[in-house]
Design a protein around this ligand. Sequence first.
Ligand code: UD1
Length: 350
Amino acid sequence: MSSNKQKTVLVAGGAGYIGTHTTVELIEAGYEVVIADNLSNADLSAVRGVEQIVGRSVPFVEVDCCDTEALRSRVFERYAFDSVIHFAAYKAVGESVAEPLKYFRNNLDSLLSVLSLMQEFDVHNLVFSSSATVYGQPEQLPATELTPRQRANSPYGLTKQMSEDIIQDTVAAIPFLRAIALRYFNPIGAHPSALIGELPKGVPNNLVPFITQTAAGVRKELAVFGDDYDTPDGSCLRDYIDVVDLARAHVVAVGRMVAATAEKREDRERYEIFNIGTGTPVSVLELVHRFEEVNGVSVPHRLAERRPGDVEKIWAATDKANNELGWRAERNLGDTLRAAWAWEKRVRGL
Ligand code: UD1
């Protein structure tokens, strides 16, 4: 194998929000990337945005990762990978409550398909996109990687917990396999070029796309879900992580496993978990006000009922990611919110 081939990364679900940003960071770090995506919640224009940023074409295969046969013949038989980053999953919490089987089928099948092909083709390293949702409402904050997981409050959250467990058991059974699960806190923002960003279909479920669409006049007003939580201003506390910082965490995770495999590091656990957040809690109201302040736009909002299923407060302990992974969040919240607004304006032609 050529050295380039040894560094080829399959980004499954790579046309989505976090996948596109990660692809850019991988290519800028010198990796070859192949994107596989069924475009069920993404658009080919996102891949074009990636290509514009990196200044060259990026191999893209339109394929459903649940379709093991197609993934084998059109992706694994055509390229030699040593790492896979697995993003291909549904992510709407509310929809998962209404259609649990759709979530179990898709999110677990796509993972099983990727894992079985990694075994078959001797692909060594997996990064999995997990979520802070696996913690539920922790009793102690910040949440560390050792904070006990709680029963998931949605089928979506359950697929993240189950996926982590499936990966752990599979790694235990296959000696050449290594995996890192990254537990994302709340990813927000966009690439500073404004060429890629979050493109929710329909009414956004997540806070920042709702804020940017409200500022753009697409939505009349933002409902702030809950003003009577046990927090300084009564709204929920979250840990908002810039998507470019988050993307870099995947690059570092791949590099860690590639090095561990090359150096035959038997002292290191082959399955590891890292929180990816800033470590700083920010309230919903603070975030809205900061967005208005840094962008000089107003975001009409009203206080509303709590949203069922929301946790009151959660933020990350980042020591493990800082010290062992050698990664930390670098972008400040103001820049992140400016990038989110620049992206929305570009999408809307404002
Ligand atoms: C949710 C999911 C998380 C998932 C993440 C993806 C749960 C409980 N949450 O996180 O698993 O990984 O999305 O980004 O599984 N808010 C408003 N008004 C709005 C929208 C949101 O006030 O219109 C508030 C929410 O109440 C919450 C905060 O903003 O306090 C963040 O909400 P959101 O962006 O939806 O993320 P989470 O619910 O934290």
